[in-house]
Design a protein around this ligand. Structure first.
Ligand code: ADP
Ligand code: ZN
Length: 731
């Protein structure tokens, strides 16, 4: 491997920092010089900031004023492919480079000196006097051979105070040494025996492993119903990458990163992989970032931001549940981790596996067009079969307005209770009730800062705005007419459904699962694991239960409001509903007993509901593809959303109108602009939001035109503009 280019002391270098400056700034290489890609500390005005040597300096700045790089940090230089990945990702998402670099430098303590800690092992000497406490320490050490421990670990193992250990150090019986704080991850062994695969799985694993061995870029769409063994198959591709001496990354939606999953990986490879997610501690994050960069972490299991870790030799990226909307980052840098995984892999000669039971239409279309390879697993593993699915026509149920569980569904749940099996009642709405209405004046309580209703969360005893997160105590008098005791909840949320279930099934153990009801992701995962082991008879849950968890005793899924996702103007409404319903239904009957999924609906003849029930996925995708193609929308056309926001609604609209008028750069590529119009949520956190939508043909050079177009509008004062390429959500 050739070393990156080197700059001698005093050479001009361009350093990109995470400060919003628009370009790399010139500095002089420090004493000792520096490599291209080196992480450095540089002076910026009165401050010191961290940056990366991005290339030679431009030399267009007063040479006498150029300052020197302060020091080179203790981290492997950023590789050329990573720099190229960041640049191309920035171009694609129209993100300024400093913001892009921030994603790649999320390592706590990056600027710290190499950090060491004291460790203790058996030394050559003997204690002058042996005491019981000293004996315990020496016994503990000899029990572990030549291993070394921290002071705290050793004292705890021996059941003595730290001063006993220190006393032994003074006599040379225990040796104290410095050791780097960040230790390599244990070696994974790809050659441990995996599960015995079925013929279909074996064939899939062989195809993926072959692709990985090619050491070339390629993407495979791995489609198979929930429980068909996709995970088993892609773990074989991971094994192939490890055998080839390359690193692998498995991306999962945050919530699917469960202990159950990690245990499976550990069983397959004999040791724990690195685990990168929002719950990881600073110490863990620093260790992972550094070890990945040194090639001493072979496999990372992570949420979307793991894509920006400094892999040394990445050979495989798996994107599990590739259709999942949480791969799209909706704040700050707006990127889709699935698309960025493909970009990153294409730059470093790696394979991508996109795994899903219900792929996104984008990926489906790419496979149809031959851009992606296809791999299908057609049957569930073992005796498990896909659940029987039926619609419950709510028009003939005549339920009172404050009840949501139909008679038919109730009967089915009772049958499961009698049989000792689990039921899941699914509603995709957090909180107790979506609307709080004053029965005296008709007022609905809204957020002060957003155009959104406040949602009652009875568990938290507060009203919560789901847009901005603002909360306030539940009032007792109407804020509009002062009437007392007339505020009433309208409509169901997961908490209210839990209450109804408790009334309907008084003897059942009921667990309500919603992301906001647990203090931490860990607590929530622990709860889910308990439930999987049978700690509840009825699970009441939002979409978080639809992802990646096995509930072996679950045989009934009741979807309370299958129509919920079909409303709204989102072009992906049908796709999302289809995916979510299939995923939720897939939770049932994953073990020996077959499952049933019942969809409560007021529109049983709606084409999407019918497609879900028919289970004819290809027909659904083909029909959906035809509609999108006719409308020229993604994935058959390109779109970008522009959101302008500011505190003064008139100014925001003025800017929007100005943009709409000056559309020459867009017209030059045949793109059309729609709007400005108030965004579907027209005010968030006190800022008025106006959106424009740009539509172009698939082959049009959209980013370049967009960049020229938005540059025409000066962003004065508080006005902000965000560009969202391939928007997923339309709020
Ligand atoms: P998917 O990822 O497609 O949902 P999984 O890989 O999680 O499917 O498999 C579903 C369940 O079946 C898991 O518990 C898994 O361990 C088991 N399983 C799948 N294939 C095999 C196999 N060949 N041998 C033993 N167990 C298997
Ligand atoms: Zn709000």
């Amino acid at each position: 491997m050739s070393l990156p280019q080197f700059y001698d002391p005093g050479d001009l270098v361009g350093v990109l920092t995470t400060q919003p400056l628009g370009r790399a700034l010139d500095y002089r290489a420090p004493e000792g010089g520096c490599h291209l890609g080196a992480f450095v500390e540089v002076p910026l005005g009165p401050r010191k900031v961290i940056g990366v040597v991005w290339g030679a300096g431009k030399g267009d700045y007063d040479l006498s004023k150029i300052r020197s790089v302060i020091r080179v940090l203790d981290a492997a230089p950023m590789r050329a492919e990573m720099r190229s990945f960041l640049e191309r990702a920035a171009d694609y998402t129209l993100t300024p480079m400093p913001a892009m670099l921030r994603l790649a430098t999320r390592a706590p303590g990056l600027g710290d000196p190499p950090s060491m800690r004291k460790i203790y092992r058996r030394g050559p000497g003997e204690p002058d006097k042996m005491t019981a406490a000293r004996r315990k320490v020496l016994d503990a050490l000899s029990a572990y051979g030549d291993l070394a421990f921290t002071l705290k670990e050793l004292a705890e193992m021996a059941g003595v105070g730290p001063s006993v250990v220190k006393g032994l150090v003074a006599q040379g019986a225990v040796a104290e040494e410095d050791s780097p704080r960040d230790l390599p991850f244990a070696r994974l062994d790809p050659d441990l025996p995996g599960k015995e695969l079925t013929d279909e799985q074996t064939e899939g694993a062989a195809q993926l492993s072959h692709a990985v061995r090619s050491e070339k870029y390629g993407t495979t769409l791995l489609r198979g119903v929930t429980g068909s063994g996709k995970t088993e198959v892609y773990l074989e591709a991971v094994a192939a990458a490890l055998r080839a001496g390359r690193q692998a990354l498995v991306l999962l939606p945050e919530i699917a990163l469960t202990a159950e999953f990690l245990t499976r990986v550990q069983e397959r490879f004999g040791a724990k992989p690195a685990e990168w997610h929002s719950g990881a501690t600073m110490t863990e994050r620093r260790r992972i970032w550094r070890m990945v960069g040194q090639g001493k972490a072979q496999l990372v299991i992570g949420a979307r931001s793991a894509l920006f870790l400094p892999f040394q030799n990445l050979g495989l990226i798996v994107v599990d549940e590739e259709h999942d909307t949480s791969y799209k980052q909706e704040e700050g840098v707006l990127y889709n981790a699935r698309d960025m995984a493909v970009l990153r892999a294409s730059i470093c000669g790696a394979q991508v596996v996109l795994a899903s039971a219900t792929p996104s239409l984008e990926s489906w279309a790419n496979a149809q067009a031959g851009k992606y390879n296809r791999l299908e697993l057609t049957s569930r593993f073992g005796p498990a079969v896909m659940p029987e699915m039926r619609a419950l026509d709510m028009r003939s149920e005549g339920l009172p307005s404050d009840r949501w569980v139909s008679e038919q569904l109730k009967t089915q749940v009772e049958a499961r209770l009698a049989a000792g099996e689990q039921s899941l009642l699914f509603i995709n709405r957090r909180g107790y009730a979506p609307i709080t209405l004053c029965r005296a004046c008709g007022h609905q309580i809204g957020c002060d800062d957003c155009d959104a209703r406040m949602v009652e969360h009875r568990f938290l005893k507060r009203l919560v705005c789901h847009q901005c997160g603002e909360t306030k105590p539940m009032p007792t008098i109407c804020p509009s007419c002062d009437a007392e005791g007339r505020l009433a909840p309208v409509g169901p949320g997961v908490e209210r459904l839990g209450e109804e279930a408790a009334a309907l099934f008084p003897d059942a153990r009921i667990a309500t699962l919603s992301s906001d009801m647990y203090g931490s992701a860990r607590a929530l995962k622990a709860e889910i694991e308990g439930i999987a082991e049978g700690a509840a008879d009825i699970i009441i849950g939002t979409q978080l239960v639809a992802k990646g968890h096995n509930f072996p005793k679950l045989t009934l899924v009741g979807v309370i409001d299958a129509d919920l996702g079909l409303q709204g103007s989102d072009l992906r409404a049908a796709e999302r509903t289809f995916q979510l319903m299939r995923q939720v239904a897939g939770r049932a009957g994953r073990a020996e007993k077959p499952g049933t999924a019942l969809l409560q609906t007021y529109q049983p003849e709606h084409p999407v509901i019918r497609a879900i029930l028919a289970g004819d996925e290809d027909r659904f995708w083909a029909a959906e593809a035809r509609e999108r193609e006719a409308a020229g929308v993604p994935p058959y056309g390109r779109m970008a959303g522009i959101i302008l926001s500011g505190p003064d609604v008139a100014k925001v609209f003025d800017a929007g109108n100005l943009l709409a008028r000056q559309d020459a750069p867009l017209r030059s590529i045949g793109a059309q602009v729609f709007g400005p119009a108030p965004a579907p949520i027209a005010r968030v956190r006190g800022r008025h939001r106006v959106r424009l939508l740009v539509k172009a043909e698939k082959s049009a050079p959209l980013q370049d035109a967009l960049a020229r177009w938005v540059a025409q509008v000066p962003l004065k004062g508080d006005l902000r503009l965000a560009v969202d390429i391939d928007p997923q959500s339309f709020y």
